[in-house]
Design a binder for this molecule. Structure first.
Ligand SMILES: [Zn+2]
Length: 82
């Protein structure tokens, strides 16, 4: 077994301005209704944020109704909130 001494460990210095890690969450929503008012390529509506809660809040602000128990959603057109 080789002894490790301070001379074999490279010197390290914390950066004054290190790069921050990046991450995020996306929520892709599809309507749970059949509705002729939907465009054929309308879905998914995508919301991005730091967490699912933030994405859900943004979706609700746009008129989406999220059904937590079934993990389904109703679009603003069908919910009447659009
Ligand atoms: Zn809909």
């Amino acid at each position: 077994m080789t002894a490790v001494n301070a001379q074999t460990i490279p010197a390290k210095t914390k950066l004054a301005r290190p790069l921050c890690f990046a991450g995020g969450y996306t929520l892709d929503l599809y309507c749970d209704h059949e509705n002729e008012a939907h465009r054929w390529n309308e879905f998914p509506h995508q919301f991005a944020g730091a967490s699912e809660a933030e994405c859900a809040r943004r979706a609700r602000l746009c008129g989406w109704v999220l059904h937590d128990l079934t993990r389904t959603a109703t679009c603003p057109t069908c919910s009447g909130k659009g």
